[in-house]
Design a binder for this molecule. Structure first.
Ligand SMILES: [Zn+2]
Length: 101
């Protein structure tokens, strides 16, 4: 949900406005004095780059994996399913994954 900030040409009041979507119409007049509003670059909301998002997700993701491994039963073998997999070329039928019995 986009957040925009507007500064009033009349009184200089800055207001943050949540818009329902990017296509929503801008609010046009100041709630305090009725002056014209001008959209300004928000000080709080900014578009993060995809790289920033990935860097923010990474530590959490690694932590989740570490926790999943720590919570797994002691006798679980991470390679169990990998070792049972066979190449597509050796599968009996197309579609369903095929595991060695
Ligand atoms: Zn105003």
């Amino acid at each position: 949900m986009p957040i925009y900030e507007y500064r009033c040409d009349g009184c200089g009041e800055v207001s943050s406005v949540y818009l329902r979507s990017f296509g929503s119409a801008d609010p046009t007049s100041c709630q305090l004095c009725g002056g014209d509003l001008r959209r300004i670059i928000s000080r709080v909301a900014y578009i993060r780059s995809e790289m920033d998002k990935l860097e923010q997700l990474d530590p959490k993701y690694h932590k989740m994996v570490d926790q999943a491994i720590a919570n797994a039963p002691a006798n679980s073998d991470p390679d169990y399913h990998m070792n049972r997999m066979v190449p597509f070329s050796q599968a009996k039928e197309k579609g369903e994954p095929y595991f060695k019995e």
